[in-house]
Ligand binder design. Structure first.
Ligand SMILES: NC(=O)c1ccc[n+]([C@@H]2O[C@H](COP(=O)([O-])OP(=O)(O)OC[C@H]3O[C@@H](n4cnc5c(N)ncnc54)[C@H](O)[C@@H]3O)[C@@H](O)[C@H]2O)c1
Length: 442
């Protein structure tokens, strides 16, 4: 049993802390936001992450929360740094929260400092120099990047594909690797710089796959192919695999944008122009806007048209709105003069999107709408092509930004259906009459 301090009570810190408590360790999670710590101490959740609350309740005896840095590291064997590392205006990673953590460590701290936050290559070396400068000779450093995905974070941490441990000294790597011994996984041991690069390169590769399939989708639209079938045909190749080949409205979220940008900047700062990543980012920027063109194809000018945005979180299973395509889309639609009504089962965008009407139910959002856009593939939307929705809409247009629905079924139910990278009838075709036999069959 180890004593573990976790700095940062966000998606990574809370899940990391809860999972180490589940593995039998004594955990103290520290954050700087009073409200978060108050909520956690009151047994409330500051974020939405499936399975996390159960884990925290079950391990209440082994996990506590504090605002006090000294209290958190007092007697700790490990300090997991899980603070945010957002983008600066230049596209580099903002490491100010990481430097604050170092500045807050009491002089007599004796821990293995484990970096879980995503940081540029070279950060570990800079931290080592900073620790030396502060005389923190009993603080060892290990890079242990996190690969969890929001929505499945608890499962991802308890059943990781791999755990990457990069250290300056083998004995420090041994201590961190031992924490993961109960998990059935491969431990990849590297130097610190390589561990840092594994994380950035993984996210860059995932976004590259998505931008790749989105470009294939855009060509499919021009030549009459269906990207869903194409992706299936590609993904069954064992050399390629099926993951991250789903065409849609583009990638977003708290990590992809900032990490891809940080890698591109890191390369640029080191004298290398990372052309591929520039294209990956540009393709994604354009992809988020393509939905507007699809709406215009059917509705003409969008001024005063009522558009329902269904799903706001950057993906299902989370309330995280950071860099969500929905934000770009809503802003574009408002700029075109459309009336935007939005629905999401958990994400609250009231502070981010002004001029949007937020609705409690899907039916309320599509009421009188000229078009409904599936932005996030929440399971609740799989039954969108229903008689009630068709009845409620002024014009029965569904733009399926995640290829969630079956086009044939949606059309048979009387909707004008536009997917991403899927064949669609030319504009100007009248809305199909609902096939009553389909309706009666339920
Ligand atoms: N969210 C993900 O899916 C994910 C996945 C893998 C890696 N990461 C990386 O993990 C890091 C954290 O991401 P997140 O999504 O959990 O961020 P987050 O914004 O949800 O949480 C970060 C927390 O750190 C707190 N904090 C800031 N300064 C602090 C300090 N000095 N001491 C203690 N707490 C402090 C903030 O108040 C916040 O609660 C980032 O580097 C991110 O790139 C995130």
């Amino acid at each position: 049993m180890a004593r573990i301090a976790v700095f940062g009570a966000g998606y990574v810190g809370l899940v990391t802390g809860a999972c180490f408590a589940e593995l039998g360790h004594i955990v103290c999670v520290r954050d700087v936001v009073d409200e978060k710590i108050e909520k956690l101490n009151a047994g409330q959740m500051p974020i939405y992450e499936p399975g996390l609350e159960d884990l925290l309740v079950r391990n209440r005896a082994r996990i506590r929360f504090t605002l006090d840095a000294a209290e958190a590291v007092d007697g700790a064997d490990f300090l997991f740094v899980c603070v945010g590392t957002p983008s600066t205006y230049s596209g580099d990673a903002d490491l100010s929260a990481v430097w604050t953590v170092l500045a807050e460590l009491p002089v007599d701290t004796r821990v293995v400092l484990v970096m879980k936050s995503t940081v540029p290559v070279g950060t570990g070396e800079r931290v080592r120099v900073a620790l030396e400068a502060r005389g923190l000779d009993d603080v060892a450093y290990v890079s242990n990047p996190e690969f969890l995905a929001e929505g499945t974070a608890v499962r991802d941490v308890m059943h990781p594909d791999r755990v990457v441990v990069g250290a300056f000294r083998p004995e420090d790597a041994d201590r961190v690797a031992a924490l993961y011994a109960p998990l059935e996984t491969t431990i990849v041991r590297t130097d610190v710089a390589s561990a840092e690069m594994v994380k950035l390169a993984s996210n860059a590769f995932l976004t590259t796959r998505i931008s790749f399939i989105n470009e294939i989708a855009n060509v499919c639209e021009l030549v009459g192919a269906d990207v869903v079938d194409v992706a299936r045909g590609i993904g069954l190749d064992h050399r390629l695999g099926p993951h991250f080949l789903r065409a849609g409205v583009g990638w977003g979220g708290s990590c992809f944008g900032k990490d891809v940008s940080a890698l591109k900047q890191l390369a640029g700062n080191s004298g290398y122009h990372f052309q591929l990543l520039s294209a990956v980012i540009e393709v994604n920027d354009l992809q988020k806007r393509r939905v507007v063109g699809k709406l215009e194809k059917r509705l003409g000018k969008l001024r005063d048209k009522r558009i329902a945005l269904l799903g706001l979180a950057f993906k299902p299973g989370t309330d995280d709105l950071r860099d969500a395509p929905s934000l770009v889309l809503a802003s574009r639609l408002l700029a075109e003069g459309a009336e935007v009504r939005a629905w999401d089962p958990v994400a609250d965008a009231r502070d981010l999107l002004h001029g949007v009407a937020f609705c409690e139910t899907v039916l309320e959002a599509v009421e009188g709408a000229d078009g409904a856009v599936i932005v996030t593939e929440w399971p609740e939307l799989s039954g969108l092509a229903s008689p009630e929705v068709r009845e409620a809409m002024r014009y029965p247009l569904i733009v399926d930004g995640r290829n969630l629905l079956d086009p044939a079924q949606a059309r048979a139910a009387g909707f004008v259906y536009e997917g991403i990278g899927r064949p669609s009838p030319p504009s100007g075709a009248p809305a199909p009459a609902p096939d009553r036999s389909v309706e009666l069959a339920g």
